[in-house]
Write a protein that binds this ligand. Structure first.
Ligand SMILES: Cc1cc2nc3c(=O)[nH]c(=O)nc-3n(C[C@H](O)[C@H](O)[C@H](O)COP(=O)(O)O)c2cc1C
Length: 164
């Protein structure tokens, strides 16, 4: 698949096969995060890769039960106190997470962003430093569903040319 086809065919996947993601595939997904752009190349992020089912089961405050069925969950954390570029830390982390989503999809691995979580409880459970921000979680696994494309806004509502 070309990169554009990867982007256009991606769907959020919430149901997963009962099959682990091999370590070489996981390495590529993480490398796609590591090679992301970041403001002044400060890389003000840290990603916790959770595969231990006991920890996953306890990841608290999530509205969606599907998370515990994903073989891997990546917790994206940003350091807003990084020197000079702190205001970009969340953006930098978001870019790296989406790079991982797209790399995963290109390798046949589905994922879903998860924004509905209790930040404090996730921090406590995973020993994330208080000054850091938990940006989002990603669930990952081989798709056991084939969702239709979600309705997206009309192009004319999203894009304009030369003025707003
Ligand atoms: C920042 C962010 C947070 C999200 N949080 C959740 C979530 O907590 N639970 C969930 O089921 N999906 C979540 N999603 C997935 C969206 O619902 C999904 O991207 C949207 O419905 C469009 O579907 P698509 O990804 O298949 O295009 C989130 C997506 C983003 C980008």
């Amino acid at each position: 698949m070309s990169l554009v086809d990867v982007i256009l065919s991606r769907r959020s996947i919430r149901k997963y096969d009962d099959k682990d993601i091999p370590s070489d595939v996981m390495d590529k997904i993480l490398e796609a995060g590591r090679q992301s752009p970041s403001a002044a190349n400060r890389q003000p992020y840290h990603f916790i890769v959770v595969s231990d089912s006991e920890i996953k089961k306890d990841l608290p405050g999530l509205v969606s039960g599907f998370l515990k069925n994903a073989p891997v969950v990546i917790v994206g954390c940003a350091n807003p106190e990084v020197l000079l570029t702190g205001k970009w830390a969340v953006v930098d982390t978001t870019i790296a997470l989406e790079n991982m989503v797209l790399a995963a999809w290109s390798l046949g691995v589905g994922s879903c962003w998860i924004g509905a979580f209790n930040e404090q409880r996730v921090k406590d459970k995973l020993q994330i430093p208080e000054s850091w921000k938990v940006v989002a979680l990603l669930s990952l696994g081989y798709p056991a569903e084939n969702p239709k494309q979600r309705k997206k806004k009309e192009k004319s509502k999203l894009f304009s040319f030369n003025k707003f």
